[in-house]
Design a protein around this ligand. Structure first.
Ligand SMILES: Cc1cc2nc3c(=O)[nH]c(=O)nc-3n(C[C@H](O)[C@H](O)[C@H](O)COP(=O)(O)O)c2cc1C
Length: 368
């Protein structure tokens, strides 16, 4: 039964006790190397934020083809696994639990970063039209993706399983599947993106098949109670269009509830990827979807200390993620605890660069 806990109270997730319900949600910061290795700067960044009960590492790609942007970390090679170990150790140095967000961007990639130099692959040949790809030379139109054929799908499913196993080998406590923000898993779910007529398209059961295959493969390596899934049911960012999101995501969440997962992670309506946006009139209240899941629920998006506590008091969420607040306030839980003022996030250094805008936000102690 959810409700009436303090944000600072411990909670059991899977077989692990988290020290609080304060979550560092996945945040791409593009400080890995060009070959997707985690860096000592990343170790410093996560160590600074090690007061969170749960740390979910930034989107981490499962294959070279899975990326969209430079300097995003990977977890498919031995070298990458080794590079993560000191980062995970630093992040967990204060008793946090750390999950790795496993990511494949599908059609949100671009030929300029694909290993074969061709347009990215996706469920169907439907390009994103509402946004542009942020190439190093400036925004360019998204390309019409190539349609995934069945052996491609099998390769990606396998890669998720390997990445999950690698994540545990790197010291992560579990993995989160990135099923949000219009990336590959959601591209299969939405009927405005997935126009397939084979067993991966058409009915909701068919459109869920890719997610189910990924889960089954991941479960071969990581028990369900160490696996979370992230969804953004009310977001149409990156043309994540579906004719009936309420039915789609209710069905998906009911199915996920049968799997005995560590948690379900829901992004609030009113969030478009990494920014706040106007809530659409068809937004589905998070409370409605959260009640379909009996395990722990994390909710992220636009929350302050007070709104987060209210969400827990109302029984909507068990844990709350704070993205931009955690970027600007590395010691966010301490600041919450003492009611200290919060620093504002700066645009410079949000994606890429070095320490500026990444590890140079002072803690309360350093400010004094
Ligand atoms: C710089 C930045 C990078 C992000 N990268 C990711 C990511 O890798 N994976 C993901 O699921 N969400 C990502 N997000 C979305 C956040 O996890 C979160 O849902 C969003 O910032 C809303 O929460 P907030 O209002 O507390 O910031 C990113 C957001 C920001 C600001």
């Amino acid at each position: 039964m959810r409700g009436s806990s303090s944000l600072f109270e411990p909670i059991r997730v899977g077989e692990q006790d988290l020290s609080s319900r304060i979550v560092l949600p996945p945040l791409t910061r593009s400080r890995a190397t060009d070959t997707g290795l985690a860096t000592s700067l990343m170790a410093q960044y996560y160590r600074q934020r090690s007061g969170a009960g749960l740390i979910i590492a930034e989107g981490t790609v499962v294959l070279p083809q899975a990326t969209a942007y430079p300097r995003v970390p990977g977890i498919y090679s031995e070298e990458q696994v080794a590079s993560w170990r000191p980062v995970v150790e630093a992040a967990k140095s204060n008793g946090s639990t750390m999950y790795c967000q496993l990511w494949h961007v599908g059609r949100q990639s671009h030929s300029s970063v694909q290993p074969d130099g061709l347009p990215p692959k996706a469920p169907s040949t439907v390009a994103i039209t509402g946004q542009q790809y942020r190439s190093p030379g400036g925004p360019v139109p998204y390309e019409v993706p190539r349609e995934l054929i069945e052996p491609d799908i099998a390769e990606i499913v396998d890669a998720f399983g390997r990445a999950a196993r690698n994540a545990l080998r790197a010291g992560f406590d579990g993995v989160e599947l990135h099923g949000a923000n219009g990336y590959l898993i959601e591209q299969f779910l939405d009927d405005g993106i997935n126009l397939r007529t084979d067993k991966y398209g058409g009915s909701i059961a068919n459109r869920m098949r890719f997610l189910e295959e990924v889960l089954q493969e991941v479960f071969e390596h990581v028990p369900p109670h160490r696996v979370g899934v992230r969804l953004s049911p009310s977001s149409d960012w990156m043309d994540a269009i579906d004719s009936d999101k309420r039915t789609l995501f209710s069905t998906v969440i009911r199915r996920l509830d049968e799997c005995g997962l560590a948690y379900l992670h829901l992004v609030e309506p009113g969030i478009a990827g990494a920014t706040s946006a106007e809530e659409s009139s068809s937004a589905i209240p998070t409370s409605e979807l959260a009640q379909l899941f009996t395990g722990p629920v994390i909710v992220t998006g636009g929350h302050t200390f007070h709104s987060a506590q209210e969400l827990i008091d109302r029984g909507v969420a068990d844990m709350v993620g704070f993205g931009r607040l955690f970027i600007a306030n590395p010691d966010l839980p301490t600041r919450f605890a003492v009611g200290a003022p919060l620093q504002e996030v700066r645009k410079k250094g949000l994606y890429g660069g070095a320490a500026e805008g990444y590890t140079d936000y002072p803690s309360l102690a350093a400010e004094k």
